[in-house]
Design a binder for this molecule. Structure first.
Ligand SMILES: [Zn+2]
Length: 214
């Protein structure tokens, strides 16, 4: 009798627990799948906002972590909105006589941020500090070479206007322009060089800071 009772409690408790665990497992599984298959830098709907949280530009939802956003992309709501968007885009791209400018507009649609890697350097001879930026643009418009620009904290409009920093900005259509905040030390202009490897769509820029500015 007693034993039966305990078994019943145990079973009931286990049922609740495993239900929650299942939900967690499912979320974790979805997050992993998403991390393996989705490059957030190429996701046009992924947005890091200025509050340090993440937004889905498609569903207008807020997410506290990248993992949470990734799980969201596998969810029903996002998938449904994706399907709707795709259906609408297909309709829009069908040629119509009364809207001849549509094709032109489509060309300028931004497809997200490029993948990138930043590496800190120390010059082997002078000991000067430097940085290498590597950006990949697999979908870059044909014949285009990525451009870069150095902007002061006051010139740019995205980050805080902190005089301790300056910004290195990269642009290449149809990608979103990306900016990197770097120390506002004098850049040794002679050391700055960039390469564009068209076959691998890899843009590399290396610079060193002038030593007296360190
Ligand atoms: Zn979404």
């Amino acid at each position: 009798m007693d034993r039966q009772n305990r078994a019943g409690v145990k079973f009931g408790g286990g049922g609740v627990l495993s239900g929650e665990r299942e939900k967690l497992n499912r979320k974790e599984r979805l997050r992993r799948i998403a991390m393996e298959t989705i490059d957030l830098n190429k996701d046009p709907y992924f947005l890091r906002n200025h509050l340090g949280t993440y937004e889905c530009k498609l569903c207008l939802t807020l997410h506290t972590t990248e993992g949470n956003y990734l799980a969201h992309t596998q969810g029903k709501r996002h998938q449904t909105n994706l399907a709707r968007r795709a259906a609408r885009d297909n309709q829009e791209s069908a040629p119509t006589d009364d809207e001849p400018t549509k094709v032109e507009i489509k060309k300028t649609i931004k497809i997200g941020r490029p993948g990138y890697k930043v590496t800190k350097l120390t010059h082997p001879e002078s000991g000067a500090r430097g940085l290498t930026f590597e950006l990949v643009y697999p979908e870059i418009a044909q014949g285009l070479r990525p451009r870069h620009r150095i902007m002061s904290a006051f010139e740019q409009k995205v980050g805080p206007k902190d005089p301790a920093f300056q910004y290195l900005v990269f642009a290449a259509e149809p990608y979103e322009t990306v900016g990197f905040r770097i120390p506002n030390s004098t850049i040794d202009r002679g050391s700055l060089h960039s390469t564009w490897d068209e076959p691998s769509t890899l843009f590399t820029l290396t610079l060193y800071f002038a030593q007296d500015s360190a």
